[in-house]
Design a protein around this ligand. Structure first.
Ligand SMILES: NC(=O)N[C@@H](O)C(=O)O
Ligand code: NI
Length: 173
């Protein structure tokens, strides 16, 4: 990288590796699942902790039509949603990247040194636990749609803290 900061290692996304950041949403063999609809469907049940009730919030469902990022990419900021979780489920069969850092509930800034990057494969969604620091959506290769489940609240609710990485900006890809 041209910058003094090394590139983040891109790790495979697994439920275990992502557990401290939130949930991986996928129809995996070890997820709880059962047959429904007279055998015409298999329900992969209760895959993520949707946590949106703080301060009278409610779950909202949106679609993000994301433009692909160009790699290598400089990560300029992290953000967190202190009042609720945020889930992204890809509606396309393309991989995308997820950059996270541990929640810091008692601090206004992330532990930048603990930042990690995961490659989400087609069929894998993520649910950021409330307060998990993350980079905004990083779609790859082509315009990609994502179903998003996060918190809707009052217009004055503050549910997005941004932290500019400045000279600590990292690289991926
Ligand atoms: N702004 C917005 O709703 N999206 C971000 O929170 C994101 O994580 O992409
Ligand atoms: Ni977000």
């Amino acid at each position: 990288m041209t910058d003094t900061n090394p590139a983040l290692v891109i790790e495979p996304l697994t439920a275990e590796s992502f557990r401290s950041f939130g949930d991986v949403i996928e129809a995996s063999h070890d997820a709880r699942h059962f047959t429904i609809n007279e055998g015409f469907a298999e329900r992969y049940h209760d895959l993520a902790q949707v946590d949106v009730a703080t301060g009278g919030g409610r779950a909202i469902v949106s679609i993000f039509k994301a433009k692909p990022r160009t790699l290598p990419m400089r990560l300029l900021l992290l953000e967190r949603h202190p009042l609720g979780s945020q889930a992204f489920v890809p509606m396309s069969q393309r991989a995308y990247l997820v950059v996270v850092a541990p929640a810091t509930p008692h601090a206004a800034t992330p532990d930048v040194g603990a930042m990690r990057c995961f490659r989400a494969e087609p069929g894998q969604g993520v649910n950021y636990a409330s307060g998990t620091w993350h980079h905004p959506l990083i779609a790859l290769d082509a315009p990609s749609d994502f179903l998003v489940v996060d918190r809707g609240g009052a217009p004055g609710d503050h549910n997005c803290d941004e932290y500019p990485l400045g000279p600590r900006a990292a690289w991926i890809g």
